[in-house]
Design a protein around this ligand. Structure first.
Ligand SMILES: [Zn+2]
Length: 63
């Protein structure tokens, strides 16, 4: 597939253009989708984010 913005050629499963940032799938949600993919690829990242969330809640006295 080809980016409509900068004409860079990408593999079909790309969600957005890493050259100009244009979305291939629509507006808004694809960034979250891409982030979700990153998370699936990095279980360690998920754990780290969860720990940060828990620590923050502890600091606020919510836990
Ligand atoms: Zn582009």
């Amino acid at each position: 597939m080809q980016c409509p913005g900068c004409k860079t050629i990408y593999v079909p499963r790309a969600n957005y253009c890493s050259t100009c940032g244009r979305s291939f799938t629509g507006d808004g949600e694809d960034v979250q989708e891409a982030m979700g993919k990153d998370v699936l690829d990095n279980p360690e990242l998920v754990r780290k984010l969860l720990n940060e969330l828990i620590e923050e809640k502890k600091r606020k006295g919510e836990l």
